[in-house]
Structures are given as structure tokens and as C-alpha cells.
Design a protein around this ligand. Structure first.
Ligand SMILES: CC(=O)[C@@H](O)[C@H](O)COP(=O)(O)O
Ligand SMILES: NCC(=O)COP(=O)(O)O
Length: 250
């Protein structure tokens, strides 16, 4: 089954925040994405609310519940107490835990499971008791032992950090090497019974090879490259292009 597309709305929210005005509407663009067949919506509310505001979350929750009940809401972030409370209030179908420092410009690495395994175990248990699926942001560096430690946290899935692979748009040979390491990490995760998501700097150009190498890929969350394309092709057409790049026959 092709990987499901979750549209990350951070970049839309960043455009909205340029002015004290309600457009572009984060929920309105999310609606267009879901109407065009996106499987879900992703947001990464950062502590400074520089793009997604905490007040966006109930609006997006209601959009999914009222108009797209089979869609999924995925909330990403560092598991601070504030973030966990936000998740418990919003009840996303999936929470993706990311080891971000509040000052970090964007996510640029996965968890160090050797250092943070015990903390993650506690947080994963709490979120799962609350009825949420939990995915852990992980480096796709082929570290099989790290994947085993990820499994021990009780998480349902890992999300492969694909930033370095996405950065190889002008160096295909390096991209192929990184793809093999992502594939090796995914193989280890699947062998452990973990689901595999992927995200960061994915595009219509680099997705097909990733989807071919990891046929069990459950979900991709995509924001920056997808929003760039939406400026050119419109959100609905862009979602269709990304769905095709995931392998959907549409
Ligand atoms: C978790 C992850 O990979 C990120 O891509 C993230 O959701 C993007 O965050 P920014 O939009 O804040 O760069
Ligand atoms: N979970 C990763 C994600 O949402 C990807 O964001 P982007 O790098 O495509 O902006």
C-alpha cells in the first residue's frame, strides 16, 4: 500500500503570521489538502508559536472531526509538559516526538535512544494511555541497535529524519548512499515490529525512490517542499502530485 500523505501546515502558518490578519487560513488550506485526498494534516507547534499557534489546534481538530472523520491529525514536538498537555487536550491520532531545542531553526536530528530511552518510555506510555499513536523521530543512519532501543520505549512507529537525503538534490550519488542507510534503518524497524514514517525535505523528485526502497512506508509528512510547489501549482494539484510520487495510482 502506498505511503499516506500528511500535509504539514507550518509554512502556511508562517505566511499567515507575517501580518495580524487571518489569511492565508491554515484551516482553509488544510481543507483544500484533505479535499484533494491528503490522508492527514501535520503541525509542529514550536514553543515560540512562530508558525503554528496553539489556538490553531482546536480549529484543525474540529475541521477533521466535522468534515474529514477518516483523516488523521499528527502533532509533532519536543515532549515538554506544555506540549504533552496540548496533545492531551487536542487528541491527535498520532504524536511524533522530536528532540528539538526551543531555539532550533528546524528539526535536524533524531533521538539519541541510548541517552533518552527511559524518558521516552515514560512519555510514550502516557500518550498511549491517552489513546494516541506515538512515533519517534529517528536518524536514518542504519544504526540497528538504536532501532532496538526505540522499540523498547513502547512507541508504535519511528519517523525517519530524511533531511540529509532531501539535501542531496544536486548530488545523486550521495543521495543513493543515504537512501540505502534509510532503507537499512527501516528494515530494522520493520523487523522489530515498528511502523515506519518519514519526513523532512521530501519532494516530488526524491519521494519515488524512497517509496520504492521502503515499500512498507506508512506515512510521509511534508511541508516545506509541498508548500513551495503549492505556490506554483495550487494546493489541490500539489497534493495530487505528491500522492502520485508516493505511488498512488490517481
Ligand atoms: C519533525 C520535522 O521533521 C520537521 O520537519 C518539522 O515538522 C518542520 O518544522 P519547521 O516547519 O518548524 O521547520
Ligand atoms: N515530520 C516531518 C515534516 O513534517 C516535514 O516537514 P518539511 O521538512 O517537509 O517542512
Amino acid at each position: 500500500m502506498p505511503a499516506k500523505l500528511s500535509v504539514n501546515l507550518n509554512a502556511i502558518a508562517m505566511l499567515r503570521n507575517r501580518r495580524d490578519l487571518p489569511w492565508p487560513s491554515v484551516a482553509g488550506i488544510g481543507r483544500i489538502a484533505l479535499q484533494a485526498g491528503a490522508y492527514g494534516l501535520t503541525v509542529h507547534p514550536r514553543p515560540d508559536q512562530r508558525h503554528i499557534r496553539f489556538s490553531d489546534l482546536p480549529v484543525l481538530r474540529a475541521l477533521i472531526d466535522d468534515e474529514f472523520p477518516s483523516a488523521e491529525f499528527n502533532i509533532e514536538g519536543y515532549p515538554s509538559e506544555d506540549f504533552l498537555l496540548l496533545c492531551e487536550e487536542t487528541q491527535p491520532e498520532q504524536v511524533t516526538l522530536v528532540p528539538d531545542d526551543p531555539l532550533q531553526a528546524t528539526s535536524d536530528h533524531g533521538w539519541d535512544f541510548r541517552v533518552h530511552g527511559a524518558m521516552l518510555h515514560t512519555v510514550v506510555s502516557r500518550l498511549k494511555k491517552g489513546g494516541m499513536r506515538v512515533s519517534l523521530f529517528a536518524d536514518g543512519d542504519g544504526d540497528v541497535e538504536a532501532v532496538k532501543l526505540a522499540k523498547q520505549t513502547g512507541a508504535d512507529r519511528i519517523e525517519l529524519y530524511t533531511g540529509p537525503y532531501g539535501g542531496c538534490f544536486d548530488d545523486p550519488a550521495k543521495g543513493e548512499k543515504l537512501l540505502e542507510l534509510l532503507g537499512k534503518t527501516a528494515d530494522a524497524a520493520i523487523a522489530e515490529g515498528l511502523g515506519v514514517n518519514a519526513g523532512h525535505d521530501l519532494t516530488v523528485a526524491n519521494l519515488p525512490a524512497l517509496a520504492r526502497r521502503i515499500p512498507q512506508l506508512a506515512e510521509v509528512s511534508i511541508g516545506h517542499g509541498l508548500t513551495a510547489d503549492a505556490l506554483e501549482y495550487g494546493m489541490a494539484e500539489t497534493v495530487r502530485r505528491f500522492r502520485r510520487a508516493c505511488g498512488e495510482a490517481i
